[in-house]
Every structure is written in structure tokens, then in C-alpha cells.
Design a protein around this ligand. Structure first.
Ligand SMILES: Nc1ncnc2c1ncn2[C@@H]1O[C@H](COP(=O)(O)OP(=O)(O)O)[C@@H](O)[C@H]1O
Ligand SMILES: [Mg+2]
Length: 278
């Protein structure tokens, strides 16, 4: 059964069907993911939440085409992850910013625009892509509050600023889908909230599809249209929770109460999935 997160539409969905993945030598294999089915629509912001080791990064790597499922399949708007990735339809943002230390902030954001220039031609040939384009790196950095730092080197920036450079870089190619693996887990709470808000602004402005891995319940609730709850050993989808709260969130007391209720709901889903604390 495919867990429909929203109404279907042929090439406009990201679909994972019956995906399983094990690691280890033959005979001593340990399953990391089992029977993962889910589907989301273009333009959605979906978070995947679950305890450490439940297979969140593995699932994201399957979507990015960095690894292949043992069984099952992944479709990125009608293309395989390998095709989508070669055509720069996919942006991947790891947990650490991974900036090149000898390049300026601006040059770091420009990297994906310089490599693999043939990708635009590939993208035009695929179904379900959006027109290849780029977002202006200086405009992106300005949007993220880094206008004064475009010439700086990464080591001259705080961790939060470096993470924002990585966000700008991820948006620069106007990828169809951004896969983000716990990108804010190293940030302090205030920096984290500001960076979350900036991410949401760009997501809305540039109409991107985001799959966001986190182990923070409050982060998942404030950011997402839908939260996918995973259970551990092996990783499965335990629940899919739509967050029906208008944006921008984090406003008044009423919103705070509603968001809090959603957090409680997701904690209870995690608990019934066998997660002791989160
Ligand atoms: N390359 C790998 N080789 C062997 N085991 C792996 C590898 N990647 C992940 N695993 C195992 O798969 C499980 C899921 O890992 P991961 O996807 O990183 O979980 P999460 O991101 O939720 O913390 C863990 O038990 C982990 O040890
Ligand atoms: Mg991980």
C-alpha cells in the first residue's frame, strides 16, 4: 500500500514504493529499511522524523540516487533518482555545511552552477521537470541575510551563517526537490529558528519540494505540510501526520497551542512506534 500524502497527479509526485534496504555481508545482513511506501506532491514540505538509526538518512540517499533499494523503487516526478540527479533536479543538503574552505561564500554558492553544465539539456528531456533555471546567488545570499559576507571565507562565518550558505547553494540550481538531512541539528535554538524561517521563505518563493529529515518534533511541526513518523529496526513508516496550520506559523498564542498539540500527537505516534523518547 502506498501511503498517499496528497492527491495523486502523474508526473508531479515523488514516490517511494516497497523500498527495502539492508547493509552488511551476505549472510550477516541487517535491514535498515523495510517496506517503505510513500508519495508526496510537488511543492510540499515533508519532514521525516524518527530516532537515530531508524533509516532516515538511508531513505534520503535512496531518493537522491546515492544508493539503490534492494527491492522497490523510487520515482522523482516520473524519473529515476539517477536520471533526476544527473539532470540536477535534486539538491542534497547534508548535516554539515561541507563548504570548500578556500572559496569565498559567493564562489561556494556558484559551484553547482559551474559543474555539469550539460544537466540543463538532460533536464529538458525528462518528464516532470520544471524549466531549468538558476536563482541569482547574490540575491539568494541577500535573502538569507548574508549580503555583507559574499566575499568572506567560510571559516570567517559562524556555524549558522555557514549553514545558510549551504542553503543558498542548495537553492542555486532551482532543483525540483531539495533533500535535507538534519541540516539544523548543530545550531543553537535562536539561530535555528531564524534559519528555519529563512528556509521556509525560500521554499515558498522558489516553489520547491522539500524532504527534510529531523529528529526534532517541534522543528518538524513548525516547518512541514506533513510529518512522516518512522519506527526503528528496521525503519518503517509508522504514521503520516498532516499539519493543518496556516502559514506563517509561530505567531500568536492560539497557533502556539495548536502547534503544541501536534507535537504531542507526533510524540504519541513515536511512542506507539516503539520509540522511548525523542
Ligand atoms: N553504509 C552503511 N553500512 C552499514 N550500515 C549502515 C550504513 N548506513 C547506515 N547503516 C545502518 O543502517 C541503519 C540506519 O542508518 P541511517 O539511515 O543512518 O539512520 P538515521 O539517519 O535514521 O540515523 C543503522 O543501523 C545504520 O547503522
Ligand atoms: Mg541520519
Amino acid at each position: 500500500m502506498v501511503t498517499e500524502i496528497d492527491a495523486p497527479g502523474s508526473d508531479d509526485r515523488l514516490v517511494v514504493s516497497g523500498a527495502a534496504k539492508s547493509y552488511g555481508r551476505p549472510g550477516a545482513q541487517r535491514p535498515a529499511l523495510a517496506d517503505v511506501d510513500f508519495s508526496m506532491n510537488r511543492g510540499q514540505f515533508v519532514s521525516i522524523i524518527g530516532p537515530s538509526g531508524c533509516g532516515k538518512s538511508t531513505l534520503l540517499r535512496l531518493m537522491a540516487g546515492l544508493e539503490h533499494p534492494d527491492t522497490g523503487s523510487v520515482s522523482i516526478f516520473g524519473s529515476t533518482p539517477a536520471e533526476a540527479s544527473a539532470a540536477k533536479m535534486i539538491g542534497f543538503m547534508p548535516q554539515v555545511p561541507a563548504l570548500l574552505p578556500w572559496l569565498s561564500v559567493l564562489e561556494n554558492v556558484r559551484i553547482p552552477l559551474k559543474v555539469n553544465r550539460r544537466a540543463d539539456a538532460r533536464r529538458r528531456e525528462l518528464p516532470g521537470h520544471r524549466p531549468p533555471g538558476t536563482a541569482d546567488p547574490v540575491a539568494l545570499l541577500t535573502e538569507l541575510g548574508l549580503a555583507d559576507s559574499v566575499r568572506a571565507l567560510p571559516h570567517q562565518l559562524s556555524g549558522g551563517m555557514q549553514q545558510r550558505v549551504a542553503i543558498a547553494r542548495a537553492f542555486a540550481t532551482q532543483a525540483d526537490v531539495l533533500l535535507m538531512d538534519e541540516p539544523f541539528s548543530a545550531l543553537d535554538e535562536f539561530t535555528r529558528e531564524a534559519t528555519q524561517d529563512q528556509l521556509l521563505k525560500l521554499w515558498q518563493k522558489l516553489v520547491t519540494t522539500v524532504v527534510f529529515v529531523t529528529h526534532s518534533v517541534s522543528e518538524a511541526v513548525v516547518l512541514s505540510d506533513t510529518v512522516v513518523v518512522m519506527s526503528p529496526r528496521p525503519g518503517r513508516i509508522a504514521a503520516v501526520v498532516p499539519i493543518d496550520v496556516p502559514r506563517p506559523r509561530r505567531h500568536g498564542l492560539v497557533e502556539a497551542k495548536v502547534l503544541h498539540d501536534y507535537q504531542d500527537l507526533i510524540r504519541s505516534k513515536l511512542q506507539s512506534a516503539g520509540v522511548s523518547s525523542s
